[in-house]
Write a protein that binds this ligand. Structure first.
Ligand code: THU
Length: 136
């Protein structure tokens, strides 16, 4: 899929902006919205470690702040500072749950090991999702 490659390139660019002085692990994400907009995100760490925001949530927060609510695909890349991408960087549990607030089980998650993209669905990565009915 052409879009997978484009999203991986965008995620690699986003990764360059990572603020990760504690883990020294830089992550980039690129989120494709249903209207075609691609929104980047990167991990932003904090001296109070729990305040850290992952790249995936960073991308979603930007997109939501830009008025987007419908999403198709997210690409994620991660590796230690100074390293090329060589292993898949799968989203953490908090990010999986966060994504489930806005995306259905068919939402695509593209991972990259430096050689080829691997596509999963949110349903595969977060089966039996916890849901609570809200007002919106
Ligand atoms: N990280 C992400 O950005 N996304 C993930 O799904 C996994 C972890 C970040 C958080 C932290 O800044 C660093 O990677 C090491 O955990």
């Amino acid at each position: 899929m052409i879009i997978e490659k484009e999203l991986i390139c965008e995620a690699l660019e986003a990764r360059k902006c990572s603020h990760s002085p504690y883990s020294h692990f830089a992550v980039g994400a690129a989120l494709l919205c249903s209207d075609g907009q691609i929104v980047r995100g990167t991990n932003v760490e904090n001296a109070s470690f729990g305040g850290t925001i992952c790249a995936e949530r960073s991308a979603f927060l930007s997109a939501i702040s830009m008025g987007r609510r419908d999403f198709e695909v997210i690409a994620i890349v991660g590796a230690p500072h100074g390293d090329e991408i060589s292993e898949l960087c799968a989203p953490c549990g908090i990010c999986r749950q966060f994504m489930s607030e806005f995306c259905g089980s068919d939402f695509k998650i593209v991972l990259f090991d430096g050689k080829k993209p691997v596509t999963r669905t949110l349903g595969e990565l977060l089966p039996d999702t916890f849901v609570l009915k809200g007002d919106e």
